[in-house]
Design a protein around this ligand. Structure first.
Ligand code: NAP
Length: 344
């Protein structure tokens, strides 16, 4: 018997990608339900070669749902995830609402798959922030070898990380620039077309942004609380694909060649690192792909045991939808959940 899977936020950037990936990977689902707000009720979304009619979350009964993939933002998740979990469905949530809850595992399967076992306390599992997910996939195998002390990361995050309205804003601003129309700013605090914005999420008291804080705290929770991490998160006018310039200080010696070999063998990683024109991956090439790409691996002689690298991934996939579905597969493969008996 297969599972019944509900996708909440099915009309959004992440939700649409979830439906695509469920179909692509032949996820063992007998039924997939697409849910969104009342605004989208009755609209259609694509699931493989089928179309699904979107239902409204607020009217839906989750009694026979086994797995709920949530990607409808923090406020919706805060209200709905506990209710859905109480109906016996395991909620895998993409928002930041539950990530730091000690009773909720925060999981990237290539890094800490074992942590899923803790899901039963609340029946909720959290998916990390998109920038954290691809970063820890690259850090984990290097940490296992040479123990990371400190990471300095600058991100170049695409507008799709801020939802579908943000993609529309980059599109309409770009068009306005070419047609000499007024450039209107709504979603972003400054113009994003032909610009970069060093500000993602809200400001915190110490001057960092919440996005930067999330990268630091989530890396500690997923990988190792001893790792020190400082981030500068920047929004760039790219539609899909996040990039990160990463500088790492290790406890033990590690050469660039060793790092390249380790990363070549690591799950989820793909090394493209030729020291020549075009011998690296850009976000455009990561779109629609599952891998976390690693390029520009080199030693940093300004610190002991230092390495620098360039990490790129499709933020809607590894940063969100794919990771959530890999978590669901981890639950199923580990026999940690069973499909409920459905009414005939
Ligand atoms: N984009 C990324 O790279 C990324 C990565 C990691 C995590 N996330 C997180 O994933 C979540 C979704 O992101 P997104 O980029 O997909 O956003 P999005 O494109 O703006 O889509 C939001 C989705 O949530 C639904 N929704 C909004 N309010 C709702 C309500 N009251 N009840 C039910 N559904 C509601 C929307 O439905 P309607 O169409 O009906 O409004 C839509 O399907 C966010 O929490 C985000 O932080 C995103």
């Amino acid at each position: 018997m297969g599972y019944k899977v509900a996708v909440v936020g099915a009309t959004g950037n992440v939700g649409r990608e979830m439906l695509g990936i469920l179909a692509e990977r032949s996820f063992p689902a007998d039924e997939v339900v697409a849910l969104a707000s009342r605004r989208s009720q009755g609209t259609e979304c694509t699931f493989g070669d089928r179309t699904l009619k979107v239902k409204a979350l607020e009217h839906y009964d989750f009694a026979d749902v086994d797995i709920c993939l949530m990607s409808a933002g923090g406020a919706v998740s805060k209200e709905w995830s506990p209710r859905i979990a109480a109906k016996g469905a395991v909620v895998i949530d993409n928002s930041s609402a539950w990530r730091m809850d000690p009773d909720v595992p925060l999981v990237v399967p290539e890094v800490n798959a074992d942590a899923v076992a803790g899901f039963a306390k609340k029946n909720i599992i959290a998916n990390p922030n998109c920038s954290t997910a691809q970063l820890v996939v690259a850090l984990k195998p290097l940490h296992d070898r040479a123990k990371i002390k400190r990471v300095v990361v600058a991100t170049y995050q695409s507008v799709s990380g801020a939802g579908k309205d943000a993609m529309d804003e980059l599109f309409s601003q770009t068009k306005a620039v070419f047609t000499l129309d007024e450039v209107q700013t709504k979603k972003f605090s400054k113009r994003i077309a032909f610009n970069v914005i060093p500000h993602i999420d809200t400001f915190m008291e110490d001057g960092s942004t919440r996005e930067e804080w999330k990268m630091m705290m989530e890396t500690k929770k997923i990988l190792d609380p001893k790792i020190k991490l400082t981030a500068t998160c920047v929004r760039v006018p790219v539609f899909v694909g996040h990039s990160e310039a990463v500088n790492i200080e290790f406890e033990n010696p590690i050469t660039a060649d060793e790092a390249r070999e380790i990363l070549r063998a690591a799950p989820g990683c793909l090394v493209i690192d030729k020291r020549e024109d075009g011998g690296y991956v850009t976000p455009y090439e990561s779109v629609g792909e599952d891998a976390t790409y690693i390029s520009r691996i080199r030693e940093d002689a300004t610190v002991d045991n230092g390495l620098s690298l360039w990490v790129v991934s499709d933020n809607l996939r590894k940063g969100a939808a794919l990771n959530a579905i890999q978590i669901a597969e981890t639950l199923i493969n580990g026999k940690l959940i069973q499909a409920k008996k459905k009414a005939a």
